[in-house]
Design a protein around this ligand. Structure first.
Ligand SMILES: Nc1nc2c(c(=O)[nH]1)N[C@H]1C(S)=C(S)[C@@H](COP(=O)(O)OP(=O)(O)OC[C@H]3O[C@@H](n4cnc5c(N)ncnc54)[C@H](O)[C@@H]3O)O[C@H]1N2
Ligand code: MOO
Length: 351
């Protein structure tokens, strides 16, 4: 947007357009009785970052030292042109256009509108749309990653324009991009798929655990990860490092009709690591043994019929974020994982 300085204290936004916005700079000492044109921010590192004064605040004599303390020697008075939008309204309109109507939208705060999830779910974010919108310039649309789990009230996205005032036309372009996406895909570019409650069958391998030499640490770790996503371990069984016994118990868990089977331990290169072979022998279609993500490289993902089966390597027991944690939200939604999903883990997958 063009900004033309008309004289010492008046700024015109929008060049020669009709209905242009007039911004006037007023020294704070002369601003008593005027209203602020936008939220004003204070930052005290380590202590405070936020709104000190709200848009529309009526300036009083006692505000003057506070304004000077945050470096404001002038304030703007604003006459909004009919072809322009204030940053608060632009942020609000962009958010309304882009999000599913079930999502929670904040009031503008320092020009920013935040979008939160009303449910425990999985973020569904159209990256192409986010890129298209941000390519327009003067706009910030920030989101979390597609397919990330999000808690109730968890942040999904935020919108803001860069200048105080932006042309309506630019916001209309955002609305058109969002409309086009909705027409093509039948859903908003930013939405959440609620996580259903799934019942999981867990098989823990390892003779050292089975024989009581050490206490099981996999069970509690896997239970915590599933519970955080609203699902439950319905049953945990234990087996020593014996291929035939592992195959038998996998088949037993499948017969119980659980939504997903997880098999822990024995996933790497030792002669006692029997789990990948046993999963194959139990009749699984293997999508991938191994993922290009560290931690979680020795994970196996496959299906027995429609039931996902995942071999979990040792790291899942102690690392908070592994390839399992990336795939888990989609597995719980019932989305089919394919080889390309595994391939995609490599870029950015070194933690
Ligand atoms: N030479 C190589 N070494 C390792 C490789 C490799 O490719 N070459 N891969 C590494 C990766 S990655 C992982 S992850 C680990 C472990 O993988 P495993 O799934 O085979 O784990 P285990 O050998 O069965 O056990 C490792 C460790 O964890 C303890 N464990 C296993 N299950 C339980 C349980 N339920 N509760 C408590 N503790 C458990 C086990 O006793 C071992 O101490 O291999 C790397 N090494
Ligand atoms: O499967 Mo390992 O987890 O990369 O540590």
């Amino acid at each position: 947007m063009d900004i033309h300085q008309d004289d010492h204290n008046e700024t015109r936004l929008g060049g020669e357009r009709a209905g242009r916005t007039m911004l006037k700079e007023v020294p704070v000492q002369q601003a008593v009785g005027m209203r602020l044109a936008h939220d004003l921010t204070q930052i005290i590192p380590g202590q405070f970052k936020g709104r000190l004064f709200k848009k529309g605040h009526l300036i009083t004599e006692s505000d003057i030292p506070k304004l000077l303390d945050i470096g404001k020697e002038h304030i703007y008075t604003l006459e909004l042109g009919e072809q322009d939008l204030h940053e608060d309204d632009a942020a609000r309109r962009m958010a309304e256009a882009l999000i599913d109507e079930s999502l929670l939208m904040s009031e503008p705060h320092e020009g920013k509108v935040s979008i939160q999830s009303p449910v425990l779910g999985v973020a569904k974010i159209a990256k192409d749309v986010v890129d298209q919108v941000n390519r327009l310039g003067e706009i910030a649309l920030a989101t979390i990653h597609h397919n990330k789990a999000v808690a109730v009230g968890g942040k999904l996205a935020a919108t803001r324009v860069i200048p105080l005032v932006v042309s309506k036309q630019k916001v209309e372009l955002v609305e058109q991009i969002a409309q086009q996406y909705k027409r093509t895909y039948g859903c908003a570019p930013i939405s959440v798929s609620p996580l259903p409650v799934r019942r999981i069958g867990l098989l823990t391998t390892g003779s050292e655990v089975y024989n009581g030499r050490i206490k099981d640490k996999f069970g509690p770790a896997v239970k915590a990860k599933l519970e955080a996503l609203g699902s439950v371990v319905a049953e945990q069984r234990f087996v020593p490092d014996d291929r035939e016994l592992i195959v038998k118990e996998i088949k037993g868990l499948v017969a119980e009709g659980y939504d997903m089977i997880l098999v822990t331990g024995g996933m790497s290169v030792d002669p006692d690591d029997r789990t990948p072979g046993a999963i194959a022998a139990a009749g699984a279609d293997i999508v991938s043994y191994g993922t290009p993500m560290l931690p979680g490289s020795m994970l196996l993902a496959g299906y027995i019929g429609h039931t996902p089966i995942v071999g979990l390597p040792g790291c899942v027991m102690h690392d908070p974020y592994t390839s399992f944690d990336v795939l888990l939200p989609r597995l719980l939604l019932g989305e089919r994982i394919d080889k390309e999903d595994i391939v995609a883990l490599g870029y950015g997958g070194l933690l």
